[in-house]
Design a protein around this ligand. Structure first.
Ligand code: ASP
Length: 439
């Protein structure tokens, strides 16, 4: 059995957190490959080391003296080293970093040092080999991640290494220059490493016990999700539920490796298992609820629209020409509605309306702003009778008007549009109907 374990910033924010992580790793012999993030926040007022590095490099770029900021970063690491009682000095590394900042080695280089240094500490603490991600995580000349080349290089390298620490978040261009993933990218590195060693599971350790059925800021103590499929996860993350980096599922999914989200502060909790497919039935008909505010609906009415071939294309062309992506498109016989993000739409509003009029010669166009979309997601919905009815009844009982309802033919989700101001109440009503009452 081989496990790849990735630890997020809050799991590595202090020596005490490092000790918890060390315990977790040593508890199972199979935890052979470790991917650390940079030290995160120790409390809500603290600053992540990655953000300190961006700030420090910003000062260097402006030609300002950045000694103070770099010193504060060094102190974060030294505090961890001291707390762990290690005989390790990062003096040399900090000298080199200072020089490279003066030479303006790049923002990505700067940010990557957070993971680089933390991995050095981690490898020293565990007695595992340190492998610089720059030598095994490959980007092409254009800066796109090269998955196949990486898998080739990395799997060959790790075949010869029994236990290793590989810093998350970055890799390098073919010429060796450092390139990072987007923020939160250590999740992606963990997934890449898991694929390269054909891990049995990719454990992603964070500060929550997995995914919750709904946002805890809206629902008090929501239920946890024990098992979720990649497709369900994608629907929920797209609608705003965030625990994992968006791109983190791709490498492991390709290789059929499950991801287990675990809590460093409560390692005995089962967390959430993310799998390709499962016959494990969710406790309730639905797996999760998520949503986003801030949409506009543009409804175009035209008599006999149903018989006008190409009408839909003309409408969507206008949005495409204006660089606006659409979210949903419910339609009736003589009406078509397009949901778009309000912030993408507002500044182009009049231009889009004029172009729509020209392209489609409608009877009328109506706009409605400040709408929210809520996704009710669940593999258990397929072939279940009355799911939409239950959603509609829950909202009716809560006296919430539904602006739109849309069920994909995959029967994996139902999307509901309501006014922004009813967003939280609508989520509560649906949660109660499905989770609280089905229990
Ligand atoms: N340290 C990076 C960030 O703060 C990457 C990560 O933690 O995954 O975004």
């Amino acid at each position: 059995m081989v496990k790849v374990v990735k630890f997020g910033g809050s799991s590595l924010a202090s020596a005490d957190q490092f000790k918890k992580v060390g315990k977790i790793i040593k508890a199972e012999d199979s935890r052979r490959y470790v991917v650390p993030s940079a030290p995160g926040k120790r409390d809500s007022k603290d600053t992540k080391v990655t953000d300190m590095l961006y700030k420090c490099y910003g000062e260097a770029k402006e030609g300002k003296n950045f000694d103070k900021t770099l010193k504060a970063i060094k102190e974060r690491y030294n505090e961890i080293i001291k707390g762990l009682g290690l005989k390790l000095s990062l003096e040399e590394q900090f000298k080199e970093i200072k020089k490279n900042f003066e030479d303006l080695a790049g923002e990505d280089y700067a940010a990557s040092r957070g993971e680089f240094l933390n991995a050095i500490i981690m490898s020293n603490y565990l007695g595992y080999e340190f492998i610089d991600a720059a030598s095994v995580i490959c980007f092409d000349k254009e800066g796109n991640f090269d998955g196949e080349k990486t898998n080739d290089v990395l799997s060959k390298k790790l075949a010869k290494v029994e236990r290793a620490v590989i810093p998350g978040f970055y890799g390098a261009y073919p010429n060796g220059k450092i390139k990072t993933f987007s923020r939160g990218g250590s999740d992606v590195t963990g997934s890449i490493v898991a694929r390269a060693v054909s891990a049995d599971v990719y454990e992603n350790w964070t500060d929550v016990s997995g995914f919750l059925v709904a946002d805890p800021r809206i629902i008090k103590n929501p239920e946890a999700i024990n098992v979720i499929t990649y497709r369900e996860l994608r629907e929920l993350s797209y609608m705003g539920a965030s625990v994992l980096h968006e791109s983190a599922t791709f490498p492991v999914r390709k290789a059929g490796i499950p991801i287990n989200i675990k809590n460093t502060n409560a390692p005995e909790d089962k967390g959430t298992l993310i799998v390709e497919t499962t016959c494990n039935k969710p406790d309730s008909t639905i797996t999760g609820i998520a949503g986003k505010k801030g949409f506009v609906s543009i409804s175009i009415d035209k008599d006999m629209m149903n018989s006008e071939i190409g009408f839909g294309r003309k409408v969507l062309q206008v949005f495409e020409d204006n660089g606006i992506s659409f979210e949903h498109m419910p339609s009736g016989i003589d009406t078509m509605t397009v949901f778009v993000h309000q912030d993408e739409f507002v500044e182009k509003e009049q231009k889009v309306l004029a172009e729509l009029r020209r392209a489609t010669e409608p009877d009328s166009i109506e706009l409605e702003s400040d709408l929210a979309l809520i996704a009710v997601v669940g593999r258990g919905m397929k072939n279940a009778v009355g799911v939409s009815a239950k959603v509609i009844k829950a909202l009716a009982d809560a006296r919430i008007n539904i602006k739109m309802i849309d069920q994909g033919s995959s029967e994996l989700n139902i999307i509901i549009g309501v006014r922004n101001r009813y967003f939280e109440d609508a989520i509560r009503a649906i949660y109660n109907a499905f989770i609280s009452e089905e229990k």
